[in-house]
Design a protein around this ligand. Structure first.
Ligand code: V47
Length: 372
């Protein structure tokens, strides 16, 4: 059964989706401009079910942000602080190792580790941090450092990106999160994050990571000053790199949160825009296996509905979140495993607990009891 298209411009796109054909950049712009959200969502859901059936993936993870000290002053960010700011913090290695063990200690399958660009912490410090985590929590996957942190560490250590990645990998880094990509278009980047590496440098760093055997995620920050063409350009550049390396596992569209940033005059995104970004991503990124509706950023309500608009993942327990909460997120910082299960089941999906690389996680009684 096909939906009644309110927006007739979607017909050729529906035909391509039905035939499993790749969408062109112009199709992406048409999808973003259409108000026929149900038709866009229908098509995205078709692709999502083709790939993943009824499954919705989630994990039991913990975020760790070792420092918020950052030499960059990106206008989009409310998290980074200057070293002399009395509110800035940097954990000692012992604190990182201790924080890692707080909350669901026995059950966590992933630490998600990102922080600011600290002017003094060395590559050796980060390697020690990873080694210490592996020693204490050998079962836990370390998904660590954005492409931006890697490029900065390489520059400070006077090493190539590849060598920096190899040393971190050797110390225990298992894969990388998708943050810091923002939007690749230079015109927008100059305004929202002019101190960051360029879009091309982000992509080159991701390519280098994939080449040394590290999988990574990827993101796009939307809902600020970008337009539809900028978003499509971003998605197409991710798709092109994925054709080359196959190293991206999951794409996560990130809604801009303006509070406490120099861009706080910009309105927050709406549910309509959030769902549209999930759906268009599923349709354009035909070679990236997973689309994540990150509940912390979207709210539990929208992330749940997103499971019928193209998303197949809802992220995890998280436990402690700073980047979005510093920028005004009103969601909680933790969801218990059984709460995630309820959200997923109510959307008519089948919960599937995964590790970072989407392998099934088997729960024994012992690990299960700490989760409920
Ligand atoms: O890198 C920063 C963005 C990212 C704001 O890979 C902001 O599984 C909105 O990358 N409003 C961090 N966004 C989050 C991130 C992420 C989250 C969950 C899962 C994964 C994954 C990755 O958030 C930053 C930046 O792109 N960001 N400030 C803000 N005010």
């Amino acid at each position: 059964m096909q939906p009644q298209l309110e927006d007739r411009r979607l017909q050729p796109i529906l035909d391509k989706v039905g035939a499993g054909k790749r969408l062109a950049p112009e199709d992406g712009v048409t999808l973003y401009r259409s108000h026929d959200l149900l038709a866009v969502g229908y098509m995205a859901n078709l692709v999502r079910e083709r790939l993943h059936g009824d499954r919705t993936y989630f994990n039991v993870n913990r975020h760790i942000n070792p420092t918020d000290v950052c030499v960059a002053s990106c206008r989009l960010c409310a998290f980074g602080k200057k070293a002399k700011d009395p509110k800035a913090y940097t954990m000692s290695l012992e604190q990182v190792w201790e924080v890692a063990g707080q909350g669901y200690r026995e059950a966590v399958s992933e630490f998600h580790i990102v922080g600011g660009l600290h002017p003094e912490l060395t590559l050796d410090w980060y390697c020690q941090m990873l080694r210490g985590l592996k020693e204490r929590y050998p079962e836990v996957h370390l998904k660590a450092f954005t492409m931006v942190e890697i490029a900065y560490l390489a520059q400070r250590s006077r090493l190539s990106i590849r060598e920096t990645l190899l040393r971190l990998k050797e110390a225990g880094m298992d894969s990388m999160p998708g943050g810091g990509a923002e939007i690749f278009c230079d015109r927008v980047r100059r305004i929202i994050c002019d101190h960051k590496i360029t879009g091309d440098q982000w992509l080159d760093t991701a390519r280098a990571a994939h080449e040394v055997g590290l999988k990574s995620n990827c993101t796009m920050l939307y809902g600020h000053i970008e337009n539809e063409e900028d978003r499509v350009d971003h998605l197409v550049r991710l798709r092109e790199l994925q054709d080359e390396t196959g190293g991206f596992v999951t794409y996560i569209p990130l809604a801009f949160h303006p509070d406490n940033t120099p861009l706080q005059h910009i309105h927050r995104t709406t549910g309509f825009m959030d769902l549209k970004n999930i759906a268009v991503a599923r349709l354009m990124l035909d070679n990236i296996p997973h689309i994540k509706a990150y509940w912390i950023m979207m709210t539990e309500r929208i992330a749940q509905i997103a499971q019928r608009f193209g998303a197949d993942d809802i992220d995890g327990t998280v436990v402690e979140e700073k980047i979005y909460h510093d920028a005004g997120a009103t969601t909680s910082q933790v969801l218990r495993r059984d709460e995630l299960l309820r959200l997923i089941r109510e959307a008519g999906r089948e919960p599937f607990e995964r590790d970072t690389l989407y392998r099934p996680v088997e729960r024994t009684e012992a690990t299960f009891t700490v989760l409920v």
